[in-house]
Design a protein around this ligand. Structure first.
Ligand code: ADP
Length: 321
C-alpha cells in the first residue's frame, strides 16, 4: 500500500458499510479515486454508502475532489413459481408462508405477487406501504424478513383485471426487475390457471422450478394437472405439490374431519410422478392469521413447523433439480 492511500484508508475505516467494498483507492493531486464493489446492495444502500464515503472524505484536508466508480457482479436470482389450477385453494397463503419459512431458514428471499385477479400479499404479509422508486426500479417493501412487491401496489384494486397480455407482462417485468438487492430467491405468486402471466414468466424469466398448490378435491386436482402440464411442456421442473386445506381441525374439540377429503394430492403426485412436499390442514388459525397480516410461518406454532418442513423439502428438491 503506497503512502498516499494512508489518509484514505483511515478515513474509510470510519465508514463501517465500506468494509470489504473498496476495491481500489488512489489519491493524486487532491483527487481521491475509489472503486467500490457494490454487489448485492440495493440502489438505496449504494446511495447511502456513497454519501457516507463522501462525507468521511470531505473531512480529509488532503482531499479536494472525490471520484467514485461502482462495480458489481450480477446476483443470480432463482425464481420459484407458485401456481394452482384454480383460485381459492390457498396458493397465495402458501406462497407467503413458504417465502417466510425460506427466509427463516437463512435464504435471502423476495416475494412477487403477480396475481392480477386478486393481489393479496400486502394483506397476508401485513404491509400495505407503497413502494418507492429508485433509478427507475421499484424498491420492494419488507415484511417478516421477506422483501415483497405486489401488483396491487401498482394499480387500484380491480384495475388489473381488464389487462390484456402485453400490459400484464409489462407489469410483471416491473415487479421481477425491481431492486431486489441481494435476494437470491424470488417466490412468484402466480394467478390461478394457465394464462398470459404464466407464459410471460416462463418465456422471459425462466423459473428454476414450479410449486403447485392444490386442495385434496378431485376437481382442483384436474385443474392442477393442467397447470402442471403447462410447466412441463415448457421445461420448467415441477419441484413439488403441496396439499392445502387437507383435514379440518375443530377449534373446540380438536377433532379432525375431512371436508375436502385428504391425501388426494399426495396420491395424485405419485401418479404424476412429481414430489409431494407436504400437507397443510384447514384451520381457523391460518385464515385469521392471513387476514391479520401475520403469516403463521413467522410464528412458533404447529403451522410454522409445517411450513418449515415444506421449505426444507423444497430446498432439497431445488438442490437436486
Ligand atoms: P388463492 O391464492 O388460491 O386464491 P388464498 O391464499 O387467497 O387462495 O386463500 C383463499 C382463502 O382461504 C383466504 O381467505 C385464506 O385465508 C384461506 N386459506 C388458505 N389456506 C388456508 C388453510 N390452510 N386454512 C384455512 N384457511 C385457509
Amino acid at each position: 500500500m503506497s503512502d498516499d492511500t494512508a489518509f484514505l484508508d483511515s478515513a474509510l475505516a470510519a465508514v463501517s458499510a465500506a468494509a470489504g467494498r473498496v476495491a481500489s483507492a488512489r489519491l493524486a493531486a487532491g483527487t481521491a479515486s475509489l472503486v467500490l464493489d457494490v454487489t448485492g446492495l440495493s440502489a438505496h444502500e449504494r446511495a447511502t454508502l456513497e454519501a457516507d464515503i463522501r462525507s468521511a472524505l470531505a473531512r480529509v484536508p488532503e482531499v479536494s475532489e472525490v471520484r467514485i466508480a461502482m462495480s458489481s457482479e450480477k446476483v443470480e436470482r432463482t425464481i420459484i413459481a407458485v401456481g394452482s389450477g384454480k383460485g381459492g385453494v390457498g396458493k397465495s397463503t402458501v406462497a407467503a408462508n413458504l417465502a417466510v419459512a425460506l427466509a427463516r431458514a437463512g435464504r435471502k428471499v423476495g416475494l412477487v405477487d403477480a396475481d392480477i385477479y386478486g393481489p393479496s400479499q400486502p394483506r397476508i404479509m401485513g404491509n400495505s406501504d407503497r413502494p418507492e422508486m429508485a433509478d427507475k426500479q421499484i424498491v420492494p417493501v419488507e415484511a417478516h424478513g421477506v422483501r415483497m412487491l405486489s401488483i396491487g401496489q401498482l394499480v387500484e384494486p380491480g384495475a388489473a383485471l381488464a389487462w390484456r397480455g402485453p400490459m400484464a407482462a409489462t407489469a410483471l417485468g416491473q415487479l421481477i426487475d425491481g431492486d431486489w438487492g441481494d435476494a437470491e430467491l424470488l417466490v412468484v405468486d402466480l394467478p390461478p390457471g394457465t394464462g398470459d402471466i404464466q407464459l410471460s414468466l416462463i418465456q422471459k424469466w425462466k423459473p428454476a422450478g414450479a410449486v403447485i398448490v392444490s386442495t385434496p378435491q378431485d376437481l382442483a386436482l384436474i385443474d392442477a394437472t393442467r397447470a402442471i402440464d403447462l410447466f412441463r411442456k415448457m421445461n420448467v421442473p415441477i419441484l413439488g405439490l403441496i396439499e392445502n386445506m387437507a383435514g379440518y381441525a375443530c377449534p373446540h374439540c380438536g377433532e379432525v374431519s375431512d371436508p375436502f377429503g385428504t391425501g388426494g394430492a399426495e396420491a395424485a403426485a405419485k401418479v404424476l410422478s412429481i414430489p409431494f412436499l407436504g400437507r397443510i390442514p384447514l384451520t381457523i388459525a391460518i385464515r385469521t392469521a392471513s387476514d391479520a397480516g401475520d403469516p403463521p410461518a413467522a410464528g412458533e406454532g404447529e403451522e410454522a413447523a409445517l411450513f418449515r418442513d415444506i421449505a426444507a423439502r423444497l430446498m432439497e428438491r431445488m438442490a437436486a433439480a
